[in-house]
Write a protein that binds this ligand. Structure first.
Ligand SMILES: Cc1cc2nc3c(=O)[nH]c(=O)nc-3n(C[C@H](O)[C@H](O)[C@H](O)COP(=O)(O)O)c2cc1C
Length: 292
């Protein structure tokens, strides 16, 4: 069986609940043998779950409630006191039918509207706030930013749809997504920040969005870094390197262009301040940025 990559934030979430003694069950429509085989690729995960249950152990799989009712029973919990984290519609329906609270991280992008029965739809596992559900909060956010495993991407600067500087007054130096198709699928859309290196100009602070720009409802996922420096001329075609070190928020829709612009400026302030913190500042001298 192929190795199954975990979703960004999955390891963090599982370890967090484990460390805080929150009992967890893994309930899947796969067979128990299949789950055991998949989970064996992720070191330490199996031990984090008090219960592992596959659809072969109940008479009806998701969207029927049986699997979550059985999981709650084995955890010795009332379903009403359980929180289900799902990625599929049958799973959401099963959780609600069992009487649990349900958060969904839709596995397909731009499908939020299909999940209205969930208690909360989040864009990625990074956006789960356990305290909303009476669970211990994450402690790893620093000044409104979440450190991530550094991600390095680069390429020539391309033109976007031209709205950045004209409509918004926010000139983004877009990167082509063609070399990053697989990585982009794995990386949740959202607002990130880090450092940007330009071949002839140096290294600059950077705040960026990755995604479909819900306000403009793009059909393509784009990479749009805003280099936090007043450049006097365009640099389309120049080699740009990005070292992305932290996450700020999911992309959002806004009631007006002004509110979108105001939020992006708020992101800028968050990023500028955070990048002065030693844990983020240290990446500024990374050879990926300076030796291009
Ligand atoms: C830091 C940052 C945050 C952004 N956040 C959002 C967002 O939440 N929602 C959205 O629709 N677009 C967001 N955008 C994207 C802008 O709408 C986008 O950069 C603008 O449409 C310019 O697009 P263009 O370069 O393709 O012309 C963000 C951009 C940046 C740089």
């Amino acid at each position: 069986m192929d190795k199954i990559k975990s979703l960004p934030g999955a390891n963090r979430l599982i370890r967090h609940f484990k460390i805080h003694g929150v009992p967890m069950a893994l309930a899947s429509n796969s067979s128990t043998a299949n789950i055991e085989s998949k989970i064996s690729y992720h070191k330490g995960w199996k031990e984090c779950f008090s219960v592992i249950i596959g659809s072969d152990e109940v008479s009806k799989g998701k969207p029927f409630p049986d699997i979550f009712l059985e999981a709650a029973k084995r955890l010795n919990k009332d379903p009403a006191d359980c929180l289900v984290i799902e990625d599929s519609l049958p799973g959401v329906l099963a959780g609600k039918a069992a009487g649990t609270k349900v958060i969904v991280v839709p596995s397909l992008p731009k499908q939020t509207h299909l999940y209205t029965s969930a208690d909360e739809v989040v864009n990625s596992l990074l956006d789960i706030r356990p305290e909303k559900w009476g669970l211990p909060p994450f402690q790893d956010w620093i000044e409104n930013t979440l450190p991530i495993d550094p991600w390095r991407i680069g390429g020539p600067v391309i033109k976007g749809f031209g709205r950045g500087s004209k409509v918004l007054g926010i000139p983004t130096a877009n990167l082509s997504t063609k070399d990053y198709a697989d990585e982009l699928v794995e990386h949740p859309s959202g607002v990130y920040f880090g450092w940007a290196g330009l071949a002839t100009r140096g290294v600059f602070k950077m705040v960026m969005s990755i995604g479909w720009n819900p306000y403009f409802n793009n059909t393509e996922k784009t990479i749009e870094p805003w280099l936090l420096h007043d450049f006097t001329e365009d640099f389309y075609g120049e080699e740009l390197r990005l070292l992305i070190v932290g996450y700020i928020r999911p992309e959002a829709n806004f009631p007006s262009l002004e509110s979108l612009v105001a939020k992006i400026h708020e992101d800028r302030e968050v990023a500028e301040k955070a990048l002065d913190l030693p844990s983020y500042a240290e990446f500024k001298d990374d050879p990926y940025l300076t030796k291009l």
